[in-house]
Design a protein around this ligand. Sequence first.
Ligand SMILES: [Mn+2]
Length: 239
Amino acid sequence: MKPVILICAVRNLKDSKKQFLIHESYVSAIHAAGGTPILAPITNDLSEIKSYISMCDGLLLSGGEDVSPMLLNEEPIRGIGYISEERDRFEFMLFKEAKKQNKPILGICKGCQIIALSTGGKIYQDIFTQHSNTIEHSQPEEQLGELFHTVSLDDNSKLYELFKTEKIRVNSWHHQAVLSVGEGMKITAKSSDGLIEGIESIDGLIFGVQWHPELLFEKYPEQLSIYKELIDQCIKLKK
Ligand SMILES: [Mn+2]
């Protein structure tokens, strides 16, 4: 059986219709990497969250709206966008339970920030006001299938093993970013302005990137290696 990868089904906050949704690219990337994606609607019921994690082999924390400043014990600064506290709380609980059950975790964009925060790190609410001399990190949405800025990979990282080079180009669609990581985590990729674009745990079971490989892999197949790594880890742990 293929590894089952759980993704949080999110709300469209710009639409009053009561729907749970997921961008198709995450589903396509998991399929292409050899996994079976399943969606978990948001809940705050811990027993349900335990069940969700028990029935999957790995967790994908997808991209999305801004992390709620309230959960960071901060006031919202100017430039903060849509937030969903219920989703944040759900994903923090999913992370905690997945870690407890020793299931591999991949975080994309917001997911990378959820990982950083869950492991004791910090994030920027808005890089363009809180980080000086940042390069552009918000590509036009229609061009997210194209490479945009460079990132440097740490040569002692999973990303370096996957890409076998110190510099790669990635897409970029974020105005928040990881500011620091907690214990047991390391920084694996940075953009030229010094912002963190990749993180992983020392044991290698948890990793995140700030960009969107699921929007690139059809044109740039090497980007699928990030999703394949998640699937490979699930297979190893199942044996
Ligand atoms: Mn970026």
